[in-house]
Design a protein around this ligand. Structure first.
Ligand code: BTN
Length: 266
């Protein structure tokens, strides 16, 4: 079980995680987030589960969520931003995870695979699913769902090649409560910077410094078309700038196109 008090003791925030809802088991923290929003949950409320029975991944995938070893959490935001800016909050969350891992000295090899997968040794250690609720065509809430493979020892056959955990990569157990709190501490700091400009202009350099394929050749997957391009880093809108073989630059929007490394997942 996750110890709420241990999280609170390591929190250094004004508003993020000041309300925490902990479940021993739930369907999905994102689903619970939507229910809490309907019941008036505050900006910054954090929902955590030790186990999820219907964990959701991106693109309708399942996020396998056994008990006792990983982190499943959703942060409820009620930002005053337009719909086009919401995807940037996912990038902000990815930066918070990487910075927290660095701060706690879990590993120095924690990087971002654009837009929002966190990788260690070129394998995925964390995924982020951002969902939104609306009310009369306005954003009511943004739910940032973060799944971190902290101490996972075994992965299903289908994902074994691309997934890993901090424990598998370092041989050290991660204290889940400390990591949850530090991700929240970092998120508040980055969110405040983001809020000032409502874009990634003040954060892009930091983000690009953590991009695992910065300056490298990657495949752009656009439906059934695959193109080999050089990844140049994100712009102030959070789009990935890529250069094709003819030398022309294109800004790729997350959600429309995915990227793959030339030799595999990264
Ligand atoms: C991905 O596919 O990479 C995103 C995975 C997101 C998983 C997290 S776990 C906590 C939250 N609740 C969910 O059901 N999904 C997200």
């Amino acid at each position: 079980m996750i110890e709420k008090n241990a999280i609170v003791n390591s929190l250094d925030t004004m508003w993020v995680g000041r309300q925490i809802v902990c479940f021993e088991q739930t369907d999905s923290t994102n689903t619970q987030g939507k229910i809490l929003v309907q019941n008036g949950a505050e900006h910054g409320t954090l929902i955590i589960a030790d186990q999820q029975t219907a964990g959701k991944g991106r693109l309708g995938r399942t996020w396998v969520s056994p008990s006792g070893e990983s982190i499943y959490m959703t942060l409820i935001l009620k930002p005053d931003i337009s719909v086009e800016n919401v995807s940037m909050l996912t990038l902000v969350a990815a930066m918070a995870v990487v910075k927290a891992v660095e701060q706690l000295q879990i590993t120095t090899d924690c990087m971002i695979k654009w837009p929002n997968d966190i990788v260690v040794n070129k394998k995925k250690v964390c995924g982020i699913l951002t969902e939104m609720t609306t009310e009369q065509n306005q954003i009511q809430s943004v739910l940032i769902g973060i799944g971190i493979n902290a101490n996972t020892t075994e992965f299903a056959e289908e994902i074994r090649e691309i997934a890993t955990s901090f424990y598998k990569e370092t041989g050290c157990q991660v204290n889940r409560e400390t990591l949850i709190a530090e991700v929240m501490n970092q998120f508040e700091k980055y969110y405040d910077i983001f809020s000032r400009t409502q874009d990634m202009s003040a954060l892009a350099d930091d983000y690009n410094g953590k991009l695992v394929h910065f300056g490298q050749m990657v495949y752009l997957n656009d439906g059934n078309e695959r193109k080999c391009v050089k990844a140049l880093g994100i712009d102030e809108r959070g789009a990935l700038l890529v250069e094709d073989e003819q030398g022309s630059t294109q800004a790729v929007i997350s959600g429309e196109i995915s990227i793959r490394g030339i030799y595999g997942y990264v």
